[in-house]
Design a protein around this ligand. Sequence first.
Ligand SMILES: Cc1cc2nc3c(=O)[nH]c(=O)nc-3n(C[C@H](O)[C@H](O)[C@H](O)COP(=O)(O)O)c2cc1C
Length: 260
Amino acid sequence: MMKNNELFEYIFKRKSTRKYKMEALPGDTCKAIEEQMQDVMPLQEELKTEMKLLPHDAVKGLLAIKAPHYLLFFSEKKKGYLENAGYMLQQMDLYLSSMELGTCWLGMAKPTSGFENVSSLPYVIAMAVGAPAEPVHRTTEEQYKRKLKVEICSTTHHGDMIEAARLAPSATNSQPWRFRTTRSAIHAYRVNVSLLKAWLYERMNKIDMGIALCHLELAAEAEGFRVTFLQDEEAVEDRPLGTQYTITLQLEKKNDSLQQ
Ligand SMILES: Cc1cc2nc3c(=O)[nH]c(=O)nc-3n(C[C@H](O)[C@H](O)[C@H](O)COP(=O)(O)O)c2cc1C
């Protein structure tokens, strides 16, 4: 099983892969991926979810990238299920990157008719998976096309954790996350979209939020913090203009001292 601190370093290397070698991955590689799928942590434990690693013909869609495998995510549709999907599948994105495998989130893909019923739960989103036919890692921070840290967070605490969130992937690279930090918490907010864009982006942006939460938590753990996700009434009031509150990460130093 992959440890969280090993996943953490791939935040600074991962990228989307859009060209794949079309051969199916070896059986032992698929088995390792499936074992890792079992170890993925949920954001909301009570939500029923399922992941399936499927072959090249499992997915259709106008813009679907051709890959030898697709990881499909299924979930019951209750409050928070999209953030939970982003949070869970991003753990797989980092794990697959650590195996030097290519991945790409696919927001527009749908399962083909033969694969619609592989889960009893509703389909949420897919990820292309396979041996990459292009470089699989980034080597410098400049290769990330992202907003500046000050554009997504106006407070100064926990800058390294915000950096990990800043580098997260998002649908159309929209980076809809904003943060406020204190010594003991990170409050996460999602940028509002216009009514016109809402039908397409709101769903994706909730998944994006979950992805950023995964990166934040891994970064917090790497710095020796224990993370508790909670809802904070005051953070709702204190939201940055044009955003909606999502969640708060409460940070506690593992040795129980916040002096640093
Ligand atoms: C929820 C979600 C959906 C996405 N959908 C697609 C897609 O349909 N097609 C595609 O080529 N890339 C898709 N992407 C990849 C983003 O375009 C990509 O993550 C972003 O541009 C940042 O680039 P990077 O992943 O290489 O760092 C998606 C990403 C996310 C998080």
